[in-house]
Ligand binder design. Structure first.
Ligand code: ADP
Ligand code: ZN
Length: 765
C-alpha cells in the first residue's frame, strides 16, 4: 500500500502542473497598521529591492502610493490579487537583517506598529539624505593609447581647454568639477564646451560628507589600575574576545573608576576588528564621560538630540560604513548601524531616562540586551545602584554575571553621610529654614577651605504650591489636575506638565473665600534665594530645566564648575549622577523626601538611588567628602540604607517587598492610559476595554491581573481626562502572548482621543 502511494506521489515530468511563482516583497507600511503585506516585484526592480530598504506601494481604497519598509523577498505562488511595488525609495538598505529582527521584537514586545518602529530606528535626517550632497564630476573621455587621434583633437582646443584636460589627466581622469575649475583656474563654461567637443563627460554622484569630529587631544591617564579594576578588565576583555552573548553587570561604588573599565573593554573590541556602542543617559550631563572617551580613542561618533540634521546623517553614514568604530550616545544610539558590532555598554543602566516616553516606549537597556543577544556579543551594564530588574536577573538568568568594584579608586574613603531629621530641626529652631544648621556649617567650611559644594533639591521653581490657609485649596492648572508652581524668575505660576503660565493671584479665587495665598513648599529657586542671603560672598549657579536651554548650556556651566569658577552648584536630580569634580567636598540634599511622596511602587528605589548617587559626587579628590541629607522620613528604609551606602541591603529588602506584593521585577506590568475630553465617554470606553481584555485573556488561558480603570496619577492633562489600567502578568511570555492577542483582535482600538500602551513602565506618573 505504502509503496503504491509513494509511486503515485512522485509525479512524472509530464504531469507537473504549471505553478506560476512570483517574486514578492513582504512590507511593513509606515502607518499605524499592525499587519504586513505582500507586493509583486516588477522585473525592473528585481535586482534592487532588498530587505531594509524602503519602497513605495499602492495602499488603501484608492491605491494611494505609500511608503513601506521591505522586510523580506521571496518567491511565492502567483496570486492575481497581488499588487506591484511602485518604486524604490532608498539607494541602499537602511537596516540590516539583525536590525530588522530587533525591530520586529520591539514592535511585538512594546505593542507598537512595526513600520513605525522600523522608521524610528533610522534618523529622519538620514531618510531625507541630509548631509549627503550631489557632487558633479568631470571624467576624461580620451583613452590612453589613442594618442594620435588625441593629438589631432588637441590641436583644435584652446590653451585653456588643454590646461583643463591636463589637470584632469593628472588626477587620474576624474575630478569634482568645482575642484577642477579651481585647479585649472577656469569657469564652468569651459568645462561645458569641452563636453561638447567630446573631451570630457559629466557624472553626478551622491556623496556623504565626512562627519565633523571634535578636536580633542588624546591623553592617557598616568595612574595605575587597582586590583579590582584589573580583575574587572580581565573578565570583560575575555568575554569580548570570546564573542558570545552575555550580560556583565558592573556594580561599582561611586568613584570606583568604571569609565576605565569601559575604555579597556572598547579597546579590546577594536583590537578584534569590531565596533562598540556606549550608551549614556542624558547627553547634557555626560559631557564629562564623553570627553573622557574622546581623549582615549581616535574616532568617536556621538549621537544625541543636540545634533543638527546634517551632523546626524553624516554620523550615521560614517558609522554604517565602519569608518568610525566607537559610538557614544543617548537612547537612539542603541540603533547605531555598526556593521560588525562587538560590544554594547550601558552606563548608569538604572536611569529612568533610558525609557522612551513616545511609542514604541522601549527601554534602551532592554533593547541593548536584546541586540547583544541577536548579534551574539557581550553587553556591559554599569551602575553604583543597579536597577532591581538587573539585580534580580543576576539571580535568575544564566547569561548574567556580576563584576564588583567595591572600593573607590586611590583608596579614597566613601563620603561621610549625616542625616538631619527636619522634624527635630524645626522644633529646635524658630521659623522655617530650608537649610539645617549642620548644612550651613558645612557650607561655611567649604567656603573657608576654598572647596566646592553641590546642593540638590528635586524640584524646580520657587515654591511648590500656592496655598490658601483659609479654605485649604491650592492653585491648580486650569488644563491639568496638578499644582501650579510659582517661579520667581517670571513671577508667574507655571504648570510643569503643559507649560501653562498664570499671573499669580493675591487672593484665593475659590467661591468667595478671598483668603491670602501663601507660597508653600520649596523649589530650587527658593534654595538659591536663601543661599544668597546667608552666604553673600559665595558664587553660586543653578542648573535646572528653567536655566538651561541647550546641551551646550550644560556643558558650559559644568565646565565652569570644573574650572572652579564658582563655589556652589544648585540643581535638580540631573546633577546627581555621573559627574566627577575633584574639588567637591560637600553635597547637601535639601530634601530627600520629594520622590518618596509620589504614589508609585518605584518611589523607594528612586529615593535610594538619588540619595546614594548624589552623595557619591562628594570627596572624589584629595579632601574627604561630607554629605548632609535633610529628611522628614529619617526612619524609612531607602533613606537609612542610602545613608549607610548599603545597596545590597536595600536591594534585598525592597526585592522582598516586591515579591510579596507581586510587583515587578517578579511580574511584568503593562500600563494603559486612555485620555479624552469627555469624562463619561472615557470611563465607558475604559470599562469596556477591561471587560474585553478580561474575556479574551481567560478564553486563551493567559493569566493576568487587571487593575482599574481608575483616574491616572495626573487625572487631567492638557484638557483631557485620563484613566489608567494596569495589567500584571507572571511572565514575559504571557505578556507577549497577550499583546499579540490584542493586536490580532484589534482590542486596543477604542474610540477615545488617545491611548498609550506602556510595557514595563518606569513611572506611573
Ligand atoms: P565612577 O564612574 O565609577 O564613579 P569614574 O570612572 O568617574 O568613577 O572615575 C573617578 C575618577 O577616578 C576619574 O577621575 C578617573 O580618572 C579616576 N581613576 C580611575 N581609575 C583610577 C585609578 N586606578 N587610580 C587613580 N585614579 C583613577
Ligand atoms: Zn497644565
Amino acid at each position: 500500500m505504502t509503496k503504491l502511494r509513494d509511486e503515485r506521489a512522485t509525479p512524472s515530468l509530464l504531469d507537473v502542473p504549471e505553478v506560476r511563482t512570483a517574486r514578492v516583497a513582504r512590507v511593513a507600511l509606515l502607518r499605524p497598521i499592525d499587519k504586513t503585506y505582500n507586493y509583486i516585484i516588477p522585473d525592473e526592480l528585481a535586482d534592487s529591492i532588498q530587505p531594509g530598504r524602503r519602497v513605495t506601494v499602492p495602499f488603501g481604497r484608492n491605491d494611494k502610493p505609500s511608503q513601506a519598509f521591505c522586510l523580506s523577498v521571496s518567491d511565492e505562488p502567483w496570486e492575481s490579487t497581488l499588487k506591484p511595488v511602485l518604486d524604490l525609495v532608498d539607494d541602499e538598505p537602511l537596516l540590516n537583517e539583525k536590525m530588522l529582527e530587533l525591530g520586529r521584537w520591539m514592535s511585538r514586545y512594546y505593542a507598537a506598529h512595526l513600520g513605525r518602529t522600523l522608521d524610528l530606528m533610522v534618523p529622519a535626517a538620514t531618510k531625507r539624505r541630509a548631509g549627503r550632497r550631489k557632487v558633479k564630476y568631470a571624467v576624461l573621455t580620451n583613452l590612453p593609447g589613442r594618442k594620435e587621434e588625441q593629438e589631432k583633437a588637441d590641436q583644435k582646443l584652446t590653451k585653456k581647454q588643454n590646461d583643463v584636460l591636463n589637470v584632469l589627466n593628472n588626477a587620474n581622469g576624474r575630478l569634482a568639477t568645482a575642484d577642477l575649475c579651481r585647479a585649472a583656474a577656469c569657469t564652468d563654461a569651459v568645462l561645458k564646451t569641452l563636453e561638447k567637443k567630446g573631451g570630457l563627460t559629466f557624472e553626478t554622484r551622491l556623496e556623504t560628507v565626512d562627519p565633523v569630529e571634535p578636536d580633542v587631544q588624546r591623553v592617557e591617564p598616568k595612574f595605575e589600575l587597582n586590583t579590582d579594576q584589573k580583575a574587572a578588565i580581565d573578565q570583560i576583555t575575555r568575554v569580548v574576545t570570546n564573542r558570545a552573548f552575555s550580560v556583565q553587570v558592573l556594580y561599582g561604588v561611586t568613584g570606583s573608576g568604571k569609565t576605565e573599565i569601559y575604555v579597556h573593554a572598547i579597546r579590546r573590541a577594536l583590537a578584534e576588528g569590531r565596533q562598540a556602542i556606549m550608551l549614556v543617559p542624558e547627553i547634557a550631563l555626560t559631557t564629562q564621560t564623553i570627553r573622557r572617551l574622546q581623549e582615549r580613542f581616535e574616532r568617536v561618533a556621538t549621537i544625541h538630540s543636540g545634533l543638527t540634521d546634517v551632523q546626524r546623517s553624516r554620523t550615521w553614514s560614517a558609522v554604517a560604513s565602519g569608518v568610525i568604530p566607537v559610538v557614544i550616545g543617548t537612547r537612539s544610539a542603541v540603533f547605531a548601524p555598526c556593521p560588525n558590532l562587538g560590544l554594547i555598554i550601558v552606563d548608569e543602566e538604572a536611569e529612568p531616562s533610558y525609557k522612551s516616553q513616545a511609542a514604541p516606549r522601549y527601554h534602551t537597556r532592554d533593547v541593548a540586551v536584546k541586540r547583544g543577544h541577536l548579534e551574539n556579543i557581550p553587553v556591559v551594564l554599569g551602575s553604583a545602584t543597579p536597577s532591581l530588574e538587573t539585580w534580580n536577573n543576576l539571580q535568575n538568568r544564566k547569561h548574567y554575571h556580576l563584576i564588583r568594584l567595591p572600593r573607590r579608586v586611590r583608596d579614597l574613603p566613601m563620603p561621610m553621610v549625616h542625616l538631619v531629621d527636619m522634624r527635630m530641626e524645626h522644633k529646635a529652631r524658630r521659623g522655617v529654614h530650608l537649610l539645617s544648621r549642620a548644612m550651613e556649617s558645612h557650607l561655611e567650611e567649604v567656603l573657608q577651605r576654598d572647596e566646592q559644594a553641590v546642593l540638590l533639591l528635586n524640584r524646580r521653581g520657587f515654591a511648590s504650591y500656592l496655598h490658601c490657609p483659609r479654605c485649604q485649596t491650592v492653585v491648580v492648572c486650569p488644563h491639568c489636575s496638578v499644582h501650579m508652581v510659582f517661579h520667581a524668575t517670571t513671577e508667574l505660576a507655571h504648570c510643569h506638565y503643559c507649560h501653562a503660565k498664570l499671573a499669580v493671584p493675591n487672593r484665593c479665587k475659590s467661591s468667595g473665600c478671598g483668603g491670602t495665598l501663601v507660597r508653600f513648599g520649596m523649589g530650587t529657586q527658593r534654595v538659591e534665594a536663601e543661599l544668597r542671603e546667608k552666604f553673600p560672598d559665595a558664587k553660586l549657579r543653578r542648573i535646572d530645566a528653567d536655566t538651561m536651554n541647550s546641551a551646550s548650556d550644560y556643558a558650559d556651566l559644568l565646565g565652569a564648575f570644573e574650572r572652579k569658577e564658582f563655589d556652589f552648584l544648585i540643581g535638580t536630580q540631573m546633577i546627581a549622577k555621573g559627574l566627577d569634580f575633584p574639588f567637591v567636598s560637600f553635597v547637601g540634599v535639601i530634601s530627600a523626601d520629594t520622590a518618596l511622596a509620589l504614589d508609585d511602587f518605584r518611589s523607594e528605589e528612586r529615593t535610594f538611588q538619588l540619595v546614594l548617587q548624589v552623595a557619591g559626587r562628594s570627596g572624589r579628590g584629595e579632601t574627604s567628602g561630607h554629605v548632609v541629607v535633610q529628611t522628614f522620613a529619617s526612619d524609612t528604609a531607602p533613606i537609612r540604607h542610602a545613608v549607610e551606602g548599603d545597596y545590597e541591603g536595600f536591594a534585598k529588602l525592597e526585592l522582598n517587598r516586591r515579591h510579596e506584593s507581586r510587583l515587578p521585577p517578579y511580574t511584568r506590568m503593562v500600563r494603559i492610559v486612555l485620555a479624552d475630553g469627555r469624562m463619561s465617554k472615557l470611563r465607558t470606553a475604559a470599562e469596556s476595554l477591561v471587560d474585553k481584555m478580561q474575556t479574551l485573556l481567560s478564553k486563551r488561558g493567559l493569566p493576568a491581573r487587571i487593575l482599574g480603570p481608575y483616574p491616572a496619577a495626573i487625572p487631567r492633562l492638557r484638557d483631557r481626562y485620563r484613566d489608567e489600567i494596569l495589567l500584571i502578568f507572571d511572565t514575559g511570555t504571557t505578556l507577549i502572548g497577550a499583546m499579540d492577542l490584542f493586536k490580532d483582535e484589534g482590542t486596543l482600538r477604542v474610540g477615545v482621543k488617545s491611548l498609550i500602551v506602556d510595557v514595563d513602565p518606569v513611572s506611573l506618573q
